[in-house]
Design a protein around this ligand. Structure first.
Ligand SMILES: *[C@@H]1O[C@H](CO)[C@@H](O)[C@H](O)[C@H]1NC(C)=O
Ligand SMILES: *[C@@H]1O[C@H](CO)[C@@H](O)[C@H](O)[C@H]1NC(C)=O
Ligand SMILES: *[C@@H]1O[C@H](CO)[C@@H](O)[C@H](O)[C@H]1NC(C)=O
Length: 413
């Protein structure tokens, strides 16, 4: 059942923006939830996801070829590479972790051939490393692989099982026989079951954007997919970025649009294309879920996904999704506000030849006279005292990413 709009307790905190910003700035999507003592009166009152979730998921690289050895080695690698230290803490199983049939009591059963020690042991292992464990189920009678049961009709039982195992996160897919019920009926049931389970679990809805989940999922989940599955190529990635963009104004702390997991490091795009993928996902406050084999990740991949300055944009406390603010042919400017009156900007060349791209202050919500320090988040260099615009030559299928920090009056005197 869809929540009534009165349960969506949004406030427009326009005062959060100082006079640095012009009024047109709110159009970038400044709908933020009240802070302080204002409670979220929602089904999904789990307090999780105040910034977008970060971690790893098995699907994009391994599909169904997963087992407990792989997951433990991945957990080890997340720590030893330093990825967990920059925020990637969820280790998420996707499809194919369970047996085809439930046990005689109707419980889900970990697949004996690939998870012989069970999921509880895996969760304990993740927790011992300071990580969290995510699991996967489906709002239908079977998961998408058709190799294990879905949770439709077993929501309470499965949520309790996950809680008992010490699971921290549920990705909830939308495959197979769904009894003719809409996602708006099936997903709230699991949301409520998770709340009743006694363990806080991040709830990641995966109904592929079919019923415009941005309009109803914020009250029942921490993130919702806005698109079909990503593929490891430029056309898929750019198309998904655009589809996700239209829902920007619905994102807020605790509730995020999800344009699907990262393909960075899987080999189907160039380094510069992956840099665009990661930059746009970070700016759009997308979940940052690494989808490559981190055990054998190369240095280039590591340097992309471990760029703390880009991650900081994603994890910014203001929690406003950046969006496409200007498009001239294949040349685009994406931008969004950050805490402390800062602004994040991506100059994105989606065309086939090198070009100059300019973002004027009026494009990105800064007053014309504002003087900023401009930090290049990939070059790790700062240009001070920038006025009116930022401009750069950007290669084909490449991007630049900046944060702009307005000078205070004191700085300027
Ligand atoms: C576990 O999965 C990985 C990745 O698919 C595979 O390389 C490995 O052989 C598997 N190990 C076992 C013990 O099945
Ligand atoms: C990756 O970086 C490490 C440490 O900086 C270095 O020792 C190694 O040679 C690099 N590997 C490659 C393939 O560049
Ligand atoms: C970008 O602008 C600079 C400075 O005006 C110019 O020298 C350069 O040729 C331009 N690059 C492209 C690709 O148009």
């Amino acid at each position: 059942m869809a929540p009534s709009s009165s349960t969506l307790c949004f406030l427009f905190l326009l005062g959060i923006f100082s006079s640095t910003f012009t009024s047109s700035f709110t159009e970038i999507g400044a709908r933020v939830e009240g802070s302080g003592r204002i409670r979220r009166r929602t089904l999904m009152d789990n307090g999780l996801g105040l910034t977008p979730q970060m971690g790893w998921n098995s699907w994009n690289h391994f599909h169904c070829d997963i087992n407990e050895t792989l997951i433990k080695e991945t957990a080890d690698a997340m720590v030893s590479t330093g990825l967990s230290a920059v925020g990637y803490i969820y280790i998420n199983l996707d499809d194919c972790w369970g047996e085809l049939n439930r046990d005689s009591q109707g419980n889900l059963v970990p697949k004996a051939s690939s998870f012989p020690s069970g999921i509880k042991a895996l969760a304990d292992y993740a927790h011992s490393k300071g990580l969290k464990l995510g699991i996967y189920s489906d709002a239908g009678t079977q998961t998408c692989s058709k190799t294990m049961p879905g949770s439709l009709g077993h929501e309470e039982q499965d949520a309790k099982t996950f809680a008992l195992w010490g699971v921290d996160y549920l990705k909830y897919d939308n495959c197979e026989d769904t009894g003719g019920l809409s996602p708006k009926e099936r997903y709230p049931k699991m949301s409520e079951a998770l709340l009743n389970s006694g363990r806080p679990m991040f709830f990641s809805l995966c109904e592929w954007g079919q019923e415009d989940p941005a309009t109803w999922a914020p009250s029942i989940g921490n993130s919702w997919r806005t698109t079909g599955d990503i593929e490891d190529n430029w056309d898929s990635m750019t198309g998904i970025a655009d589809q996700n963009d239209q829902w920007a104004s619905y994102a807020k702390p605790g509730a995020w649009n999800d344009p699907d997991m990262l393909e960075v490091g899987n080999g189907g795009m160039t380094t510069e294309e992956y840099r665009c993928h990661f930059s746009i996902w970070a700016l759009a406050k997308a979940p940052l879920l690494i989808g490559c084999d981190v055990r054998s990740m190369d240095n280039v991949t590591f340097e992309l996904v471990a760029n703390k300055e880009v991650i900081d944009v994603n994890q910014d406390k203001l929690g406003v999704q950046g969006k496409k603010v200007k498009k001239e042919g294949d040349l685009e400017v994406w931008a969004g506000p950050l805490a402390n009156n800062m602004v994040a900007v991506v100059l994105w060349n989606r065309g086939s030849s090198s070009a100059n791209i300019t973002a004027y202050w009026s494009d990105i919500g800064l007053k014309p006279s504002t003087v900023v320090d401009c930090r290049d988040l990939w070059a790790h260099s700062t240009e001070t005292g920038v006025e009116d615009e930022i401009s750069a030559e950007v290669d084909s299928h490449a991007c630049k990413m900046y944060t702009l920090k307005p000078h205070t009056n004191r700085d300027r005197s």
